[in-house]
Every structure is written in structure tokens, then in C-alpha cells.
Ligand binder design. Structure first.
Ligand code: AHR
Length: 500
């Protein structure tokens, strides 16, 4: 098949907020215990942090990590996770049916963030708790000292405030599975008051209102409109969550899910702007897509109830998942004028790109690579390419473009990148790119992932689904020609030619 792309500086969507490449660590399964934290492991540092995991997190270049949940946060007492470890209580975690030992908490996580070169996006419990505990938590974390909670932090050996700038107002509060689930009105009132007190405690913070737990939630749309109507002036972002699955084994429909994702994002933007219009407000509420991924491989895996850090949600990803992850990232970037934050859920072991063996090794899942490429090379501004390519019909969608693509331009370092998924199972695509006003750019690298069975997976000591380099695309004048293999993930990097 043949495809044509045109790129120009004027096709700018927006500046990419680097927080769009965030991820998520929840006290769930082996994400913390046996994942990022495993005292006694041969690769653990003096804090018990696994350095083999930190190395892989650093390569992913994740600027933000949401913590500590997720469903877990809706029953969490943050006070349980600070102070001398020997006096911290063990608690039943009703969200996941396990026992939380609390040997890892806020101060440990903040230390881990420093080591992993990342920032924390903290969530407060608005399920079983309220505005009072939330504002106390902000005081504990961010106040310099001279008040009860900030002095408590100092007495815990943390002299300098953590200065956490981004706070989630609970998690999926519309979900019936959530501890302390609420109606939109109940939640809107609580979020408004909690955010108000948290910001009075530290005016430099930003807060995220919980949107629906997914587009399929029965109250999706009205939940956003009603809760925003109440809390609009006090919050900065509204959250979106979405996971996809391919239980039906219908790959063309699975890869076409980004059409639905696109609509989902668009409808949340419209809802925010509807409330803005209604209020004649000058303020724009942006989007925090703080949970997204593929999730279904591990459904119904048995575990021992009330055990400590049992394996949960340990999806092993395959090649087609990697292609959807690449396509989802492209879709998020297509809305980077409004999506300022996004978190791949999650980071280690629990539906994650990094997978460890407790006491053993670690490996990169298939989905690790597209995320790593976009996060490292997709900086600066996003450009919406004009794309002319054949389309396909499948069970769930019609007119699905075979190619999903975006370009980015980083003016500072004179680099561009084109990210493109070829969704055709059997046809390669000759892509002709008209570089227009980027004619002074030349290709410097062409990376792809292709040639694998759609169900191919990676595993310990068997990381087979990996990217590889290709001969550079041909540049003829301002036309770049590249062959995109069938069923492939592609990254074409360009650099500005030096002129003198
Ligand atoms: O990421 C796993 C879970 O998915 C989170 O705890 C919850 O917020 C969502 O339902």
C-alpha cells in the first residue's frame, strides 16, 4: 500500500507537557513490594530500592509517577506509612483483598522518586476520608515547618518539604467497587472543599478532579458535567481512565480502539468547555489521563486473600499490545493541547512495562519500547500530519486508517520524530513524507519493531520482541520515503542539517 504524509510547522497541535509521559505505582500486588522495593535483593541499594528496576525506569524517562493508588488510596491512612517502620500498623486493604504492611510509605516513595529522576503525583483518600485528612497530608508533605504536621515530618528525619505540586482528589469515585463511592454531587462537593483546603495550605499546588472510571461507566458524561459544575473553580484538571482488551481475539478491532479513545478524549474536552461556557469562566480545565493501558491477560488469576504482596494483575504483554500502546500514545499526543498529564498504568509488575521476579531478575515487556521511544524522542511540540492512507473496516469500526501517525518537533535541539504504526497484518506501506518547511532536516535514525507474531511475548532471559535499526529512509529533495513493514511500530528521527 502507498501512503502520503505532509508536515509543516503550521500544523502545530501544541507544546507537549512532559508530564504526558507519566506512569503509576499503586500499593497493589508486587508493584511496591518485590517491584520497586525489595530489601535484601542483590540489586537493592541501602534503602531497599531495586537498582535494576530504577535503571529501566530511567531509560523510560518518566517525568511523573502517580502514587499510592488507584483503588488502594480510597481506604488508605497516609499516617500509617510515615514514622518509625517498626511502629507502622499492618492493615487490611479492602480494595485488593491483601494485607498492607506499610513498610513503604510517603517518605520512602519520595526518596525513590529522586533516585528514579521523577516527580510524584500524589493522591489523597476521598473514599473513606475527607478534606481534613487531605489538608493535613499537604501540610505534612509541603509545609516548611513550625506546624504540627510539618514538624512531624521533620521528626521523621525529613527536614526539607517534599513540595509535591500535583494532587489527585481521590480515585474513580463513580465506581461501585470503590471504597466510599459517591454520586457526582456528593463527590463534587467533597472535591471542592478538599481542594480548597489543600490549596489554602499550599497555594502552589494543582489538583485533579476524578472523571469517570472509564468511557463505559454508566454515568460517563453526566458525572463530569455535574461534578465539574460544583468544583470547577477549585480544581485544575479532570481525570480520564481507559483500559483496552482483546478477549475476542479480533486484532483489527483491537488496534482500531484508538478511534474510540479519540472520541472519548474529545467528549471530555467538550464537557469541560461546556461547564466553562455555562459559568462564563475565563479558566480552562485541562485533562489528566492518569490511567491508560491494555489490561486483560491476568483476569481472574487466583491469589491468596489477605496475603502480603501476592502477584496481582500481572499481565504479560504481546506484540499486538505494543502496537496498541504506540497507537494510544500517538492519540494522546494528538490532544496535547488539552492533555497535560497522562500515566501509563502501571510501571512495575502490575499491568506494567517492567516485570520483576521477587528475588530474581527483571525484563522489559513488549510495551516498554514504544513508550520509551515516544517519551525520549517525542518532545517539543506535536504536529498533526496530513495523512492520506488506505482504510479498513472491521467488526467494531469502519474507515480505520491503516496508519496511525504523529510528528514532533523539538526546536531547542533541532530534532524531529515521526511515530507511525502500520496496522495492516500483511501489507507493508511505502510512506512518502513531504517535509515542506522542514526540508533542511535529514533522517538520522529509523527504528522499528516488526516481523513478530502478534502474540509473541517477552520473558525472563527471553526478551525477543525488541526494536531494531533499519537503513535510513531515502531523502530526495524535501521528500522522505520509508518502507513501513506490515504490522509494525516505526520511529523516524530527523535532525536539522548544519548550514554555514
Ligand atoms: O490500575 C489498576 C486499577 O484500575 C486502579 O487501582 C483503579 O484506579 C483502576 O480501576
Amino acid at each position: 500500500m502507498k501512503a502520503k504524509m505532509t508536515l509543516a510547522g503550521e500544523f502545530k497541535i501544541g507544546e507537549i507537557d512532559k508530564r504526558i509521559y507519566g506512569s503509576f505505582i499503586e500499593h497493589l500486588g508486587r508493584a511496591v513490594y518485590g517491584g520497586i522495593f525489595e530489601p535484601g535483593h542483590p540489586a537493592a541499594d541501602e534503602n531497599g530500592f531495586r537498582t535494576d528496576v530504577i535503571d529501566l525506569v530511567k531509560k523510560l524517562n518518566v517525568p511523573l509517577v502517580r502514587y499510592p493508588g488507584g483503588n488502594f488510596v480510597s481506604g488508605y491512612n497516609w499516617e500509617d506509612g510515615v514514622g518509625p517502620v517498626e511502629s507502622r500498623p499492618k492493615r487490611l486493604d479492602l480494595a485488593w483483598g491483601t494485607t498492607e504492611p506499610n513498610t513503604f510509605g510517603t517518605n520512602e516513595f519520595m526518596k525513590w522518586c529522586k533516585k528514579a529522576n521523577t516527580q510524584c503525583m500524589m493522591a489523597v483518600n476521598l473514599g473513606t476520608r475527607g478534606a481534613d485528612e487531605a489538608r493535613n497530608f499537604v501540610e505534612y508533605c509541603n509545609h516548611k515547618g513550625g506546624s504540627a504536621w510539618s514538624d512531624l515530618r521533620i521528626s521523621h528525619g525529613v527536614k526539607e518539604p517534599h513540595n509535591i505540586k500535583l494532587w489527585c482528589l481521590g480515585n474513580e469515585m463513580d465506581g461501585r467497587w470503590q471504597m466510599g463511592a459517591k454520586t457526582a454531587t456528593e463527590y463534587g462537593r467533597l472535591a471542592l472543599e478538599a481542594s480548597k483546603l489543600m490549596k489554602w495550605t499550599d497555594p502552589s499546588i494543582e489538583t485533579v478532579l476524578c472523571g469517570s472510571s472509564s468511557r463505559n461507566s454508566p454515568t460517563f458524561g453526566s458525572w463530569e458535567a455535574e461534578s465539574l459544575d460544583i468544583a470547577y473553580d477549585s480544581i485544575d484538571y479532570v481525570s480520564l481512565h481507559q483500559y483496552y482488551e482483546n478477549r475476542a481475539g479480533d486484532t483489527p478491532s483491537f488496534l482500531a480502539k484508538t478511534l474510540e479513545l479519540d472520541e472519548f478524549i474529545y467528549s471530555v474536552i467538550c464537557t469541560c468547555d461546556y461547564v466553562k461556557a455555562k459559568k462564563r469562566s475565563k479558566k480552562t480545565v485541562n485533562l489528566s489521563f492518569d490511567e491508560w493501558n491494555v489490561w486483560y491477560h491476568s483476569d481472574n488469576a487466583p491469589y491468596e486473600r489477605w496475603s502480603l504482596a501476592p502477584p496481582r494483575l500481572e499481565d504479560i504483554y504481546n506484540f499486538e499490545d505494543a502496537l496498541l500502546i504506540g497507537s494510544m500514545l500517538i492519540t494522546l499526543l494528538r490532544h496535547c493541547d488539552r492533555i497535560k498529564i497522562a500515566c501509563l498504568a502501571q510501571l512495575v509488575n502490575v499491568i506494567a512495562p517492567i516485570f520483576t521476579q521477587t528475588g530474581g531478575g527483571v525484563f522489559e515487556q513488549t510495551i516498554y519500547y514504544p513508550f520509551m521511544h515516544i517519551s525520549n524522542y517525542g518532545r517539543g511540540k506535536a504536529l498533526l500530519p496530513l495523512l492520506d492512507c488506505p482504510k479498513y473496516d472491521c467488526k467494531e469500526f469502519t474507515d480505520v486508517p491503516f496508519l496511525e501517525a504523529i510528528a514532533t518537533h523539538d526546536e531547542e535541539n533541532g530534532e524531529m520524530a515521526i511515530f507511525c504504526v502500520n496496522k495492516s497484518l500483511d501489507e507493508s506501506s511505502v510512506l512518502e513524507v513531504n517535509l515542506m518547511d522542514f526540508a533542511g532536516y535529514r533522517p538520522v535514525e529509523f527504528i522499528s519493531m516488526d516481523g513478530y507474531d502478534k502474540k509473541a511475548e517477552n520473558y525472563f532471559n527471553a526478551v525477543k520482541v525488541v526494536p531494531h535499526d533499519n537503513p535510513l529512509p531515502v531523502l530526495d529533495g524535501s521528500t522522505l520515503t520509508a518502507e513501513l513493514k506490515p504490522f509494525s511500530w516505526n520511529v523516524i528521527r530527523l535532525r536539522q542539517s548544519k548550514t554555514n
